[in-house]
Design a protein around this ligand. Sequence first.
Ligand code: FES
Length: 120
Amino acid sequence: MGDAVEVLVCVTCKREGMDPDAPRPGAELAAALAGRLPEGVTLRQTECLSNCKRGCTIALRAPGAWTYVYGDLAPEQAETVIEGAAKFRDAPAGLVPWRERPEHFRKHCIARIPPLEALE
Ligand code: FES
């Protein structure tokens, strides 16, 4: 899929009961990913992905590929995101066989959305 894969990380999620002045978990996850994503994968920080009760939340997307939204991630799970992003990049249309996905991705997929091109 070339260089067009994006990992969107919601940096506005709060944890229940957290100190409002503490760093947001998604911002910590984004910081842990910065400079570490596989070649061809770009990090984008974003605001709410409408999965607030199950953050940290990320989305993987690319032209011609299915978009996947994953939740329940901890800031310490950068490796999971890196592994999943590399497999997504390398899979035709982003369709990584279920058994090859990181375990967290298998259990915490919030949504998947077909490629725009498939609807034309
Ligand atoms: S604030 Fe992160 S998904 Fe809503």
